[in-house]
Design a protein around this ligand. Structure first.
Ligand code: NAD
Length: 210
């Protein structure tokens, strides 16, 4: 990665997608790819792809395109795909249950390893093979299962309190699905996901295309 360069969040979000598409190309036996081909497969314009890749230094050659295996190795290292991450899910209601059922099958190394819900018994129960504990045991079990980050799908009124507890146990990140804008220190990385914002953006794109 180029030194002292801040990678925009939009680029960071696309990295796992690049990795997945490159894996597909490699599995098909493709060894070389142009940004145009990648663009058509991913439905992302090629200028964006070239700009994203430029943050990581010169990864392609003019007139040659990109070496698929080299790129794959590069992104694998950048994304730490070998290591993956253990994820805790907090709040097993409508949304949380869906995540436990899905559990990121496409990304084998990153998995929800433990979940918490106020309706779960202290001794825990299982949903889709994943242990679910009462939040009284958050601090204990978060460490027990080596969780690195948390997905937050609790009701809004509990969100800040849970976030404070995650800060206190040194969680590295929160993927926040609640509508609450959480107060956390900069040392904790936070991403907010709001489907209604994404939907509004899509509607805007549809209404403003050509
Ligand atoms: N980001 C989005 O696009 C999007 C879409 C739908 C819902 N949401 C939000 O996601 C959250 C979950 O939605 P839902 O429909 O699954 O709600 P839900 O009420 O079905 O589930 C919330 C769960 O959190 C649990 N809970 C409450 N306080 C807790 C605590 N302190 N510790 C552990 N568990 C706790 C409850 O027992 C419940 O099971 C809500 O905040 C909702 O507003 C976001």
């Amino acid at each position: 990665m180029k030194q002292d360069m801040k990678i925009p969040q939009a680029t960071t979000k696309r990295l796992p997608l690049y990795y997945r598409f490159l894996q597909n190309f490699a599995n098909e036996g493709k060894r070389r790819i142009s940004s145009q081909e990648l663009s058509e497969a991913m439905k992302i314009d090629s200028a964006t792809i070239r700009r994203d890749f430029s943050y990581f230094g010169a990864l392609g050659k003019k007139g040659y395109g990109y070496d698929v295996l080299y790129l794959l190795e590069f992104f694998r290292q950048t994304l730490d795909q070998d290591e993956g991450a253990n994820v805790a899910l907090i709040g097993v209601g409508n949304l949380g249950n869906a995540f436990l059922k899905y559990n990121f099958q496409k990304n084998h190394n990153t998995r929800i390893v433990v979940a918490f819900d106020s309706k779960a018994p202290r001794d825990g129960m299982e949903v889709n093979g994943i242990p679910v504990y009462h939040p009284d045991r958050l601090e204990e079990m978060y460490h027990e299962y080596n969780a690195e980050l948390a997905i937050l799908t609790v009701s809004s009124r509990s969100a800040q309190n849970v976030a404070d507890r995650l800060v206190a146990i040194d969680a590295k990140g929160i993927l926040n699905f609640t509508p609450v804008r959480l107060n956390v220190p900069d040392s904790l990385k936070m991403m907010n996901i709001d489907l209604s914002v994404e939907l509004e953006a899509l509607i805007y794109l549809i209404r403003n295309s050509d």
